[in-house]
Write a protein that binds this ligand. Structure first.
Ligand code: ZN
Length: 214
């Protein structure tokens, strides 16, 4: 018995059981889950503990990583669930010029299940974009100016939202995740950059890129 317990402890120390999704970290480019087409959630399953747990985990990851958008595939779940938020305190992160040029506006925390997007304004706007699943990089990405999003919320009630500018951009970025697309698929390739390139020179390469946040 004692040996069995010891063997089990030894195994779990050296060969820990892999964590199962939904993860508390964000999956990175290369993970097949980010290239798969996410599946719709059956309406009758929205209120089950499994789906509710995925949704609350998404909220937790959004907060930890301070994200403005997150899709379920990014935490390892290939389902059509999005979380969006652009809080008023973001205003402090950007200069007033950038905030207005990029058409930024606030959006309270929103969960949309099985979202469907309609383009309301086909004018394309080009701004820098990044993604927690392509951590450390950014690029210029053209996006439509205005979109309409319909779906259901975390209680199964229908949601309709019309958005312009930066919120419309976040929505298009997150919708792409559900189709297995990343911003690198639609970026201007020459604008692709490592966001730490300058600091890397200043610190002679001694820069660490973390994939976890406390
Ligand atoms: Zn992303």
């Amino acid at each position: 018995m004692a040996f069995k317990r010891f063997a089990a402890a030894y195994r779990s120390f050296f060969f820990p059981t892999p964590l199962k999704p939904p993860f508390l970290h964000i999956c990175q480019a290369g993970d097949p889950v980010l290239r798969s087409q996410a599946k719709p959630v059956s309406h009758e399953l929205v209120n089950t503990p499994e789906i509710q747990q995925i949704i609350s985990q998404m909220r937790r990851v959004m907060k930890t990583y301070d994200s403005v958008g997150l899709s379920a595939p990014q935490i390892g779940i290939p389902l059509r669930i999005l979380a969006l938020e652009f809080s008023p305190r973001r205003k402090e992160e950007f200069s007033p010029e950038v905030y207005s040029a990029r058409g930024m506006s606030t959006l309270p925390y929103t969960i949309i299940i099985n979202p469907q997007m309609e383009i309301l304004d086909y004018k394309k706007v080009v701004f820098p974009e990044s993604c927690e699943s392509v951590r450390g990089f950014s690029a210029l990405v053209p996006r439509y100016e205005a979109v309409k999003l319909t779906g259901i919320d975390n209680k199964g009630e229908s949601v309709v939202m019309q958005s312009r500018g930066w919120i419309a951009r976040i929505i298009q970025h997150e919708m792409d995740h559900l189709e297995g697309k990343l911003f690198v698929d639609s970026m201007d390739p020459k604008s692709f950059q490592n966001d730490a390139w300058h600091r890397i020179n200043v610190h002679q390469g001694r820069i660490q890129l973390q994939f976890y946040k406390k």
